[in-house]
Write a protein that binds this ligand. Sequence first.
Ligand code: ATR
Length: 275
Amino acid sequence: TVVAGVVGHPIAHSMSPILHNAWLAAAGIDGVYVPFDVSPENFPSFTKGLRGGSLSGLNVTVPFKTQAMALADQVSERARLAQAANVLVFGPDGGILADNTDGLGLLTAFAVQAPGFDPAAAPVAILGAGGAARGAAAAFLSAGARDIRIINRTVARAEEIAADLGGCVRAYGLDQAGPGFDGVGALINATSAGLSGAGVLDVPIAATPRTAVVMDMVYKPLLTPFLAQAQALGRPTVDGLEMLIGQAIPAFHAFFGQPPPEGVDVRTLAKQALG
Ligand code: ATR
């Protein structure tokens, strides 16, 4: 039996076990995917204790994505660019490889829900300057975007990402959101505003072109106030659940040695679990 899982704190409401176990069952793989709730002080010993491959791998979620990368022996280029890992793979030689499939998940979500979208065709605006925003910027850069605008309440954090990722990435303050939205092909909310109690994001979505695709990385609720506002303005939208599914596909492949089987409606399963 191949065992993989997801580690976070808290972890009870993670959708990942639903996705992976549905794929395992449909593919007839002798495997299981388990959630692990690990306290921050125990995360290093928990992870190092898995050296050798009793588990084939782990997805890593809040609050461990940065720590996970620091613990690994090898870090993929895309994890290095994002400065975070959402995947750890345990090799039989005892090594730990850190990878990041969140960026791929983001691009897959656009490919599924906004199929005409071309990341290279127009500027991309990203709200926020935490790990999620950095990963999104790195993903769009790798997909050919040439004008990425990081818009953040604390402009210094946006400037840090711009300095790290290079000339195609520029920093804006939240008060510059209007000009930052001018001419964009996509607008992504990568802030934690909208998560329980963090407050509502007040930005002029109407300043984006009519055709701009608006995306929210948050998927609880599936239709966030941000996406609802975008839809009311007639903008096409992409949701965070599709990104979650998109990051899980390459992770499943890494953990179980084959891509997920076709034709499993994991989106409906996850939506049911979200309630
Ligand atoms: P993560 O690593 O998961 O992306 P983070 O590092 O905590 O999370 O970043 C959260 C982001 O949401 C930050 O960009 C934060 O803005 P600041 O850098 O100014 O703190 C942004 N954010 C959170 N609540 C917000 C709010 N109510 N309005 C605007 N931005 C908010």
